[in-house]
Structures are given as C-alpha cells and as structure tokens.
Design a protein around this ligand. Structure first.
Ligand code: SF4
Length: 341
C-alpha cells in the first residue's frame, strides 16, 4: 500500500495523511528512503549552509507558542548594533558560507531604512545572498529591501488551518500571511514558508494541508520544524513533537514538493543529538548554523533548551563538513539559490 503511494508522481491530501500515519517500521524506512531518493534527484548531494544572525529578540506579536512573545516579561531583550551585525556577517562570509539570514521578531524599531542600510552594507562588502526573516512588514518596506539587495524572504505560515491560526496568533490572520507571501513572490523574492509540527489541537490532516499550501504557494524553501515548549508561554506544559513524526513530515514534504530547499532545523537538533543528520537523510538539504554572538544567542529563546552553536558539533565548520561527508554528502560551494530558477 505505501509503495503505491510512494510511486505516484503527485500526491493528494488523503495520500499524504496515509504517509504521515504510517507506523510500521519497514514502511517508515521506505518513506525516508524515497524522500532521500527524491532529494538526490532534485537537489543533488550538496548541503547548503545558511548562517543566521538573530539581531533582535523584540517582538510586537504574542504567538502562544513562542518565547519571544511580547507578553514574556521575563526575557531579557536585546538589539544588535549595525556594527555587530556587520562583524557577524564578516565571520559568516570568512567561513565560506554564502547565505546570510537576518532574523528578528517583529521589531519595528528597526525601520525600513535601517534594514535597507544593513542589507546594502552587507551586499557591498560580501558576495552573499541575503534571506530576511522579520515577520509581517509593510509592502513598501519589502520593495525597498528587495531593491537594496535582499534575495529571499522566510515567512512561515505556521498552520494552514484558518480556524487554528487565530488561536495561536491573536492579532494576525492566515489570509494576510498568505497575501504577504504572494506579494513577496510577485516582486521577485525567493520565498520560504512552512509550519510547526504538533502544535496543540493540530491534526495530521492540518499538517497535510500545510504541505499542500507550500505546494500551492510554489515556495522555494519549506521549513517543517517540531514544536518545542517554551517555559514562559501559555503552552509551557504541552508535549514536544516526536522526532520520528517530525522526520515523517519532512520526508512527505520532500516527496510532495520535490525541488525546494528543506532545512534540517535547529529545533530538530534540539529534539535529538543527531536530529539534523537524521533530517538530512529524510529529505533535507539545508543546515542553518547559528552565528548570533554571545551574550545575545541564548536570549533568542523561541523555545526551551535551543541547541546553540557552541555545543553543537555540526556548527563547527570542520566538524560540520565531516558530519556531512560521513553521510556521503558535501558542503555546497555556491549561494544555494532557488532550485526553480
Ligand atoms: S513567532 Fe515570530 S512573530 Fe510570533 S512571537 Fe515569536 S518572534 Fe514574534
């Protein structure tokens, strides 16, 4: 039965749900194997590295699952200066990583021009691609940042269930998020979206819809990361996502979405010491090492016990290369642009 589904070119919702419900060990292995084959065909053996700079943990939003939510008064907040951001960008570039991800909460203290100046300064000095992950911002700002040199925008939809979306995000609407993604695409950004796996009240059908929404949006990058509870949030006592289930979602996503970049996230490395290696064998082709300098790094605490670069061998450049080559893969040398261009 699972072989019939795995051999189909295009999967519908029921078939994706069947893959995600698979419990039989042999079938789960077949699922991972197929995802690995599809990854090899569409992405090759290269693993793309994206160096992340989490430059501000201020956020105007109050997402129920996130440690950066505005209501978390315990969290010590920070903003990196432009000089600190440039210094970190240099460190990433000097390690041979050619994509820099600028990430923050929805922090409007960094105005459109501030972000535009950071983008153009990085682009002037370093030959890199820039991904922005700054939440929902003004359409004019998206345009300004694109003309300043930004290449990609990551804006996860988190859940595609219109009934659940307002449960997690009191001030935001799913329609707006999707509209923003379409707009970003229309002005030339490579776009990334994705979900959080095993959020409270989420069903397996919802997750299949999340994968299908990524297909509908024709995303260039899709991130499926496990829910990990964060101590100062309403979901602090909720159960973390299961590793095998997370890998099944990533594998199903690879089979459905084919030529997109899929990261083995820091969150999966937090769930399991070898989570990222397992993710790379279940369809992933991207790793996003964290370069946020101390003392800021531990304060970007979206969830508990986040795996930090200093204690994760995958983030030391030579260890990273070794781990990847042990899997029979190699670190990519280019910028890792969209597989669709
Ligand atoms: S998920 Fe993003 S927008 Fe929501 S509270 Fe966290 S940082 Fe802010």
């Amino acid at each position: 039965m699972i072989n019939d589904i795995l051999n189909k070119e295009e999967l519908n919702k029921e078939e994706i749900v069947s893959l995600l419900r698979t419990e039989d060990c042999q079938d789960v292995q077949l699922l991972f194997q197929k995802a690995d084959e599809v990854r090899k065909v569409y992405c090759g053996d290269e693993v793309h590295l994206r160096g992340i700079i989490e430059f501000s943990n201020y956020c105007e939003q109050d997402c129920l699952y996130c440690g950066l939510r505005k209501s978390n008064s315990v969290l010590e907040r920070y903003r990196m200066s432009s000089a600190e951001i440039m210094q970190t960008a240099k460190a990433i570039y000097n390690m041979g990583i050619q994509t820099i991800v600028l990430q923050s909460g929805e922090d409007f203290s960094f105005g459109g021009n501030d972000i535009a100046n950071i983008i153009s300064s990085i682009k002037k000095k370093f030959d890199v691609a820039i991904t922005l992950s700054l939440g929902e911002r003004d359409y004019e700002e998206y345009k300004l940042w694109k003309t300043s040199g930004a290449d990609r925008y990551l804006l996860k939809h988190e859940t595609s269930n219109p009934g659940l979306y307002p449960v997690y995000h009191s001030n935001q609407k799913l329609k707006d998020r999707v509209d923003h993604l379409y707009f970003l695409k229309s002005i030339g950004y490579q776009i990334g979206s994705g979900n959080i796996i095993s959020l409270p009240r989420q069903t397996i059908e919802d997750i299949a819809d999340d994968i299908l929404l990524c297909r509908e949006l024709d995303v260039d990058m899709a991130s499926f990361s496990p829910f990990i509870s964060s101590p100062y949030t309403p979901y602090r006592k909720r159960k973390n996502a299961d590793l095998t289930f997370t890998l099944k979602v990533m594998a199903a996503a690879r089979i459905v979405l084919k030529n997109v970049h899929i990261p083995a996230t820091t969150a999966i490395a937090t769930l399991d010491e070898f989570g990222r290696e397992k993710g790379l064998q279940a369809g992933a082709n991207v790793i996003m090492p964290n370069f946020t300098p101390n003392p800021y790094r531990e304060k970007f605490s979206i969830y508990a016990n986040k795996k930090c670069a200093k204690d994760n061998p995958l983030d030391c450049p030579s260890c990273l290369e070794n781990s990847i080559s042990l899997l029979g893969r190699k670190v990519a040398t280019g910028k890792g642009q969209s597989l669709k261009v």
